[in-house]
Design a protein around this ligand. Structure first.
Ligand code: RIB
Ligand code: CA
Length: 314
């Protein structure tokens, strides 16, 4: 049975690869893509998502959502992703139209019309759209099968501040709503995403597929990886967002445990910090399946195999 999902994202090269992986996976029925201000401003994130739909030749509807966080000013990340948000490929005006209506309304209306436990939300950017939807209409909660998100960090520390990962830092208030919502959450933080490094041989295998989606993937990664390879002196960059989709397709690649995760929403010093109670030292509820390990070779084998489906060869 296919799993109905909504991907909420801020493309961003790694978000784009997550979209490609989802498009290539028959296990998933992508009901829609909702976009949010994050890596780059909203007008670019929705343009980039629509570009990926053109490249993959898919009809998935794309909606624009919140252009700034619930309370905080918008923080962006052009220093990593480039001015376009998807540097590494030539940008173009996509044929895929932007749907009328706000992404939050699309999320609410789609969930209200669905059966209980029937739709999986896959946020890979700041959680503003998801937090706003839950805050506006709590009746959507029973409809959410699970939230599989990329964000947060424990042992890895922060990537935008010493204690906060970018997606959670950008909108900690929205993240707090999500972590308290009571629905099952699978969290892919930096502890696991920093294990899926885009090493040279892995990117070369993707480039060797020679189809438009694989070409775009290799091109985007080759730009995206520069910043983190230099910062961490690593042989590749973490391919954060596709970890969410890979978990939906092949959860056995990942290891995690149920923990409490809470978000700092007040402190200037540690704003956006995700406090992961890995050793259960509090009596706070285990609201999250915290993923902390992955078979990185298996992850890239899955990604490469799925990307090959966009070409002639199966
Ligand atoms: O911290 C990594 C996350 O921030 C990823 O989702 C990346 O796309 C950026 O949004
Ligand atoms: Ca992202």
């Amino acid at each position: 049975m296919t799993r109905k999902i909504i991907i909420d994202c801020d493309p961003g090269q790694d978000d784009a690869v997550a979209l490609f992986l989802a498009f290539a996976s028959p296990e998933l029925d992508v009901l829609g893509i909702t976009t949010v201000g994050g890596n780059v401003p909203l007008d670019l994130t929705h343009r980039n998502a629509r570009m990926m739909c053109d490249i993959a030749e898919t009809e998935v509807p794309v909606y624009a959502g919140c252009d700034k966080p619930m309370r905080q000013p918008l923080r962006t990340a052009e220093y990593i992703h480039g001015e376009t948000g998807v540097d590494g490929i030539d940008v173009f005006e996509p044929q895929t139209p932007l749907q009328a209506g706000h992404a939050v309304e699309f999320i609410i209306e789609t969930l209200l019309a669905a059966e209980d436990d029937s739709i999986t939300l896959v946020p890979t950017g700041p959680l503003t759209n998801i937090g706003t939807a839950i805050d506006r209409e709590s009746a959507i909660l029973p409809k959410i099968e699970r939230i599989v998100l990329m964000g947060g960090a424990m042992r890895e520390g922060g990537n935008r501040t010493p204690s906060a990962e970018f997606n959670i830092l950008v909108d900690p208030d929205a993240a707090d709503i999500v972590f308290r919502c009571g629905r099952p959450i699978v969290q892919m933080g930096l502890d696991v995403t920093h294990q899926v490094l885009s090493t040279k041989d892995r990117v070369e295998r993707i480039a060797a597929l020679r189809n438009p989606v694989a070409d775009a993937t290799a091109g985007m990664i080759s730009f995206f990886e520069r910043y983190d390879m230099s910062k961490y002196a690593a042989p590749g960059a973490p391919l954060h967002d596709p970890c969410t989709v890979a978990w939906l397709i092949k959860p056995e690649l990942f290891t995690g445990k149920d923990c409490n995760v809470a978000v700092e929403t007040q402190s200037e010093l540690t704003l956006g910090h995700t406090a992961v109670d890995f050793w259960h030292v509090t009596d706070r509820p285990k609201n999250v399946h915290w993923v902390y390990e992955v078979d990185s070779d298996g992850f890239y084998e899955l990604l490469t195999q799925r990307l090959s489906r966009f070409g002639d060869q199966e």
